[in-house]
Design a protein. Structure first.
Length: 99
């Protein structure tokens, strides 16, 4: 099973006329842009901001809609963006987060 990575589509609206980015998802997107080979080994899903986030609920339940999230085997998850990036770099090669 490929790991599944969920990030928010950006920018997104949250409030009338208020456009935002998710800083955690933006960090992930930056890492994806320099580690393009991860797209071959990770199922990357960019989803809309509003809840309910049905794709995530189907896999993790209604109480676990926090993004970004990397879903590994047996529903093990990583939600910290730095940990996600470093995990992907360790498992699949590429650039990790500089300390």
């Amino acid at each position: 099973m490929k790991p599944k990575l969920f990030v928010l589509k950006m920018p997104f609206e949250d409030g009338p006329g208020e456009m935002w980015i998710c800083s955690h998802c933006a960090l992930i997107e930056g890492a994806l842009s320099v580690n393009r080979h991860w797209e071959d080994v990770v199922d990357i899903r960019r989803i809309d901001f509003p809840k309910p986030r049905l794709e995530v609920i189907e896999l993790l339940g209604e109480d676990n809609q926090w993004l970004p999230v990397l879903i590994l085997e047996k529903s093990k998850t990583i939600t910290d963006p730095i940990e996600i990036i470093n995990y992907l770099a360790k498992e699949f090669g590429g650039a990790k987060v500089h300390p």
